[in-house]
Design a protein around this ligand. Structure first.
Ligand code: ADP
Ligand code: ZN
Length: 731
């Protein structure tokens, strides 16, 4: 798509707006003209809306009646490459273009002109009288080595009130300068030396930098056990890319990981990169978006949506922990950032590195098929060795009811405490107890709006619905039979496990790491740092801890319920359990002491549990691949999930049935439709949900058929239909 045009004032152009319309709108080019890709504001009814000039107008509408574009925004036009990316991503995910454009313009105040702000610098004059406070201000400015800083940064760094700074300005010892609010990020120096790499690491880094040097598209799956140096290796590729003057993007699955990563980048390249995720302030987001577009940001570290930033010259995308399910966006535009990264890179002629200790079966299969290159780091860096893994057979453990730590696991923890080492108890369930039951009538407390049981959170002193977030105070009387004081928790969550630990190990220092227990990413990060430094003997964690934090003193991992993920009908249950258990176990024994991982299970003979214990990865992937191939499901076949939801249960089933009957367009491509069936969570926020599943051959033109199929049935306005290509979860 290389068709940048200049449009003369008054010429007819078509504009894609962020409004949910199913077409583009024609306008006249404004005074001064515009180019394809220009970000503009134009009037739609009484409002001004954001849009992008997409090309010449379509005609069909009296040109004289067209309204002119109201304003061309002061940001670089959207590049052809980005327009092609959005177009193809929209087609793949069956998403309206307006929604794609919203993803690509998530910068607050995009339309506002660059505002200026006042900064402070050292002036030539010396103050007539030097006070302590004044000296601290001047020292602080010397620390910034000539870089202008804001008033608040300066007063904070010097520990003085703003009036001290103002006084120095009057004396000419400090001067005020005006600077654009959005400034370029400090330069990263790609030529600073990295660590000396091992032989394996050198080979892998060489292959990645050669890819970057080619300036061509390519995807590489970088596999390596946790701690093998994957990050060090891909940093070399980042260095090569920056040295070429191109930009790089590193995607991380978890905001809590970025802080640690930023520090690593600073140590490697001498400055911090740009950051893009939901925890970043509005001002910083705006700066990031603009600087990425103008080339004032060389490296961005971010969450999946960073993929839609307006890079000027992107050469490399790293997807770290590529198997992680958080790369799939599950509401709004349903896209998988890993797959979209590959799409964007293929359009750009850029490289993608997918890094993981436990790749997704999709990426494994693509590497097997030769579509992706494969690099493997077989060993951990330095003396750290992989933990020994064993099952604890819960059928023979002597454990009273409402207790979850087996005597065997208890002994192992005691042993660690004695040696001054850390233990991690892993349970992937937030809250106190997953179910609250009435011992008088058997009633289980559910959410009023969803078909889900409410989870007790003692920490919050409330019941919480993990579907819709609804909370209510813990009742003392059963809402069903009205008997008092008979409500009891069933099953464990991390908070309840914490109680058990406190009882079993009264003298141990305990830390609970669960996303809902921290008010902010910053608080969570602080807790992680403190734990890493040895601030806890026992850590209780949800899957949050599985993701790449370093706890050097950790030598024991106890998995409370290794069977948890194996229940349910999810196509990826085995794969997920395998990945999660291996990731968690990988937390143990990272430095000198060897680690041990103990898995509590009621089914030690289960093939997945056995594969986890033996560490035989290739056989596990091969067996799992065979099963999927046999069933014709991803990655060997294609799936699309359709969810219909409406307040009226009969209506949603009727429409579902009508869709299933009208399956002509699907049959024409050899696809089958299953359902309608109640979705596993049959009601969310008061809306009843019905699911259909479409299964097709890998090569079938699925998206086009889905569009034809859905278009046949007229949908009532209060009914929502969402199409999920390559669904990851089946709720
Ligand atoms: P991974 O990304 O595979 O988990 P990392 O790159 O984070 O592995 O490496 C694990 C630890 O080992 C990090 O602290 C890293 O700095 C260190 N490390 C890895 N390779 C080297 C090396 N060649 N020289 C020095 N330290 C290294
Ligand atoms: Zn709910």
């Amino acid at each position: 798509m290389d068709d940048t045009c200049h449009f003369a004032p008054g010429e007819r152009v078509c504009v894609l707006t962020t409004q949910p319309l199913d077409r583009m709108l024609d306008y006249r080019a404004p005074e001064g003209g515009c180019v394809t890709g220009a970000f503009v504001e134009c009037s739609l009814g009484p409002r001004l809306v954001l849009g992008v000039v997409w090309g010449p107008g379509e005609g069909g509408f009296d040109a004289a009646k067209l309204r002119p574009i109201a304003r061309v925004l002061d940001v670089p036009p959207m590049r052809d490459e980005m327009r092609e990316f959005l177009t193809r991503a929209a087609a793949y995910t069956v998403t309206p273009m307006s929604s794609m454009l919203r993803l690509a313009t998530r910068s607050p105040g995009l339309g506002n002109p660059q505002s200026m702000r006042r900064l402070y610098q050292r002036g030539g004059a010396e103050p007539d009288r030097m006070t302590d406070a004044r000296a601290r201000v001047l020292d602080a400015l010397d620390e910034y080595a000539g870089m202008p800083v804001t008033q608040s940064e300066l007063s904070e760094a010097a520990g003085v009130t703003p009036s001290v700074v103002k006084g120095l300005v009057k004396l000419g010892a400090v001067i005020e300068v005006e600077a654009p609010r959005d400034s370029a990020y400090p330069r990263l120096d790609p030529h600073l030396p990295g660590p000396e790499l091992t032989e394996d690491q050198t080979t892998a880094a060489g292959a990645l930098t050669a890819g970057v040097a080619s300036q061509d598209y390519g995807t590489t799956l970088l596999r390596g056990v946790t701690g093998s140096g994957k990050t060090e290796v891909y940093m070399e590729a980042v260095a090569a890319c920056l040295a070429q003057g191109r930009q790089a993007l590193v995607l991380l699955p978890e905001i809590a990981l970025t802080a640690e990563f930023l520090t690593r980048v600073e140590a490697r390249f001498g400055a911090r990169p740009a950051e893009w995720h939901s925890g970043v302030t509005m001002t910083e987001r705006r700066r990031c978006w603009r600087m990425v577009a103008e080339g004032g940001a060389q490296l961005v570290v971010g969450a999946r949506s960073a993929l839609f930033l307006p890079f000027q010259h992107l050469g490399l995308i790293i997807v770290d922990e590529e198997h992680d399910t958080s790369y799939k966006q599950e509401d709004g535009v349903l896209y998988n950032a890993r797959d979209m990264a590959v799409l964007r890179a293929s359009i750009l002629g850029a490289q993608v590195v997918l890094a993981s200790a436990t790749p997704s079966l999709e990426s494994w299969a693509n590497a097997e098929a030769g579509k992706y290159a494969r690099l493997t780091l077989a060993e951990r860096f330095g003396p750290a060795i992989l933990p020994e893994m064993r099952a604890i057979d819960m059928r023979v453990e002597d454990l009273p009811g409402s207790r979850w730590i087996s005597p065997t696991l208890q002994r192992a923890v005691t042993d660690r405490i004695r040696k001054g080492e850390q233990s991690l108890l892993f349970l992937n369930r937030r809250g106190y107890a997953p179910v609250t039951i009435c011992r008088a009538c058997g009633h289980q407390i559910g959410c009023d709006h969803c078909d889900a049981r409410m989870v007790e959170h003692r920490f919050l002193k409330r019941l919480v619905c993990h579907q819709c977030g609804e909370t209510k105070p813990m009742p003392t009387v059963c809402p069903e039979c009205e008997v008092e004081d008979k409500l009891a928790p069933v099953g464990p969550g991390v908070e309840r496990l914490a109680e058990e630990v406190a009882g079993l190990f009264p003298d141990a220092r305990l830390a609970v790491l669960s996303s809902d227990l921290f008010g902010s990413a910053r608080a969570l990060k602080a807790a992680i740092v403190q734990i890493a430094e040895g601030g806890a003997d026992i850590i209780i964690g949800t899957q949050l801890v599985a993701k790449g934090h370093n706890f050097p003193k950790l030598t024991l991992v106890g998995v409370i319920d290794a069977d948890l993920g194996l229940q349910g009908s999810d196509l990826r249950a085995a794969e997920r359990t395998f990945q999660l258990m291996r990731q968690v176990a990988g937390r143990a024994g990272r430095v000198e002491q060897p680690g041990e991982a103990l898995l509590q299970t009621f089914q030690p003979e289960h093939p997945v549990i056995r594969a986890i214990l033996s560490g035989a990865e290739e056989p596990f992937w091969k067996a799992e691949a065979d099963e999927r191939r046999h069933a014709g499901v991803p990655p060997y076949g294609r799936l699309a999930g359709i969810v219909l939801s409406a307040p009226d249960v009969q209506q949603v089933f009727d429409i579902g049935a009508a869709l299933a009957r009208a399956d002509g367009p699907l049959r024409r491509i050899g696809a089958q439709v299953y359902g309608p069936a109640p979705a596993p969570i049959a009601r969310i926020r008061g809306r009843h949900r019905v699911r259909l599943l479409v299964k097709a051959d890998k090569a079938a033109p699925l998206q086009a058929a889905l569009i034809d199929w859905v278009a046949q049935v007229k949908l009532p306005t209060n009914l929502r239909l969402s199409i999920d290509i390559d669904p990851q979860s089946f709720y």
